[in-house]
Design a protein around this ligand. Structure first.
Ligand code: SF4
Length: 431
């Protein structure tokens, strides 16, 4: 979401005459688009601003802005802690970036803009023909913002507000535009994409109908979406995997914990059994689907036996990769009020255990690709010595490929014979 918001701000600023520079010493404006989902991301932001502060002394006209979720959560505190900032902008104010920069030019007083958009409609104004840079072969499209789920560990509903969906016509227009400028794969984005259409549309349509509609857009070769919530992931969406050729065989479906008691304390509102039923149904419709997930270990109250349940679910599902974290309390969330009972060394050990298990699962699945042919969307040049191209297969494995450099370009879909695997990566030769 932050990458998509950053692209949007760049587009708006581009039309106000700003151009991206790689040298921070040359910049008239520096924006740091922040994340507050984990404590570590916040610490990185403070240390980054520590490095940027001296630039204000050498260039007093430099504008420094903090955008994103840290601003939404702690706007005034950010200004107090970093008085050299010119402004703080919340994620719901992305469209106002041009106005914010103009306001700094007109007045010296730092300010905070973090209100939530009260408009009923969630709209991203039409994209101009002129783009700051061409979209890559794989492009993000925001379809819904905010989240109504309020999982007890998560700050997102407080920083990004309630769910609101964008009109399908506007999404079709944006996707056609991206395809015209070189995109081949579209990744539909939202905190909970499966909840699409429940709020904010003139004529409500469910997520799976949106998928069927987008799949018809000419020139679209691959369609993905992230992130899903098991409670809103429907049987109709499973059918869409079966029916739509462009919808790739990969699903990221967060489980967070393999224990029902912990899921309840996390307020995930589903059981492990319900989750596994969905997975089994999807696997029976789409046998070569790959599954990825999010897992938190060391959540308040998690016992050793409950942690073992998570290992069992990982093994049972056979994830191809996972985003794995040890729990860290986030101020402002309900879980922050719970006793953070699992000692740090136990959290660390549990995290190491799930990482090791995931590595084994990934390795086993990687081996199953060896000697086989996979379809790869070329995204660019490979940084791996001896390989010309990098890309992904439909199941979202990274692929490095050898092939004649003049014969292929980003956006081409090629067949690669897999010779080696390492980590979540495959490598081979273009046929
Ligand atoms: S569904 Fe995702 S974004 Fe929404 S509250 Fe839960 S973890 Fe956060």
């Amino acid at each position: 979401m932050n990458v998509a918001d950053t692209d949007r701000m760049e587009l708006i600023l581009f039309h106000s005459g700003y151009r991206r520079t790689q040298e921070k010493e040359e910049a008239d404006l520096i924006l740091v688009n922040t994340c507050s989902i984990r404590e570590k991301a916040e610490q990185k932001t403070f240390s980054l601003f520590g490095g940027l502060k001296p630039l204000k002394a050498t260039n007093p006209d430099l504008i420094l802005g903090l955008t994103g979720c840290m601003g939404q959560q702690d706007g005034e505190k950010m200004l107090k802690r970093m008085p050299f900032l010119d402004f703080v902008l919340g994620p719901d104010q992305v469209e106002g970036i041009g106005k914010a920069v103009n306001r700094v030019r007109e007045s010296d007083k730092p300010f905070v803009w973090t209100g939530f958009d009260s408009e009923k409609i969630y709209s991203i104004p039409e994209i101009s023909e002129d783009l700051p840079q061409k979209p890559g072969p794989s492009a993000f499209v925001n379809i819904i913002k905010g989240c109504d789920k309020f999982c007890t560990f998560c700050i997102v509903p407080f920083t990004r507000g309630r769910e609101k969906s964008r009109e399908p016509e506007e999404l079709h227009q944006e996707i056609r535009h991206l395809i015209k400028h070189g995109a081949r794969e579209i990744i539909l984005l939202g905190q909970n994409v499966n909840s699409y259409g429940k709020r904010g549309l003139n004529n409500s349509i469910p997520f799976h109908e949106l998928l069927y509609g987008i799949a018809e857009i000419s020139g679209l070769q691959r369609l993905r979406f992230t992130t899903s919530h098991p409670n809103d992931f429907t049987r109709e969406t499973i059918r869409a995997y079966r029916d739509l050729d462009v919808l790739v065989n990969h699903l990221h479906l967060p489980i967070q914990s393999g224990n029902n008691e912990i899921l309840k304390t996390m307020r995930r509102d589903h059981t492990v059994e319900e989750y596994l039923e969905l997975i089994d149904e999807l696997k029976s419709e789409v046998p070569d689907v790959s599954l990825t997930t999010d897992i938190i270990v060391g959540f308040p109250g998690e016992t050793e036996a409950q942690f073992q349940d998570t290992l069992k679910v990982m093994e049972r599902v056979g994830y191809s990769s996972s985003f794995m974290f040890s729990y860290s309390p986030r101020p402002g969330t309900p879980a922050n009020e719970m006793l953070d009972s699992v000692p740090e060394d136990v959290k660390k050990r549990r995290l190491q255990e799930i990482i090791q298990l995931q590595n084994r699962l990934t390795e086993e699945q990687g081996k199953s690709y060896q000697g086989k042919t996979v379809e790869v969307l070329i995204e660019g040049s490979s940084s791996r010595p001896g390989y010309s191209f990098k890309g992904r297969n439909p199941q979202y494995w990274r692929v490095n490929a050898k092939g004649n450099e003049g014969s292929y370009k980003p956006g081409d879909i090629v067949k690669v014979n897999v010779e080696q695997t390492s980590g979540h990566g495959l490598s081979g030769v273009i046929q």
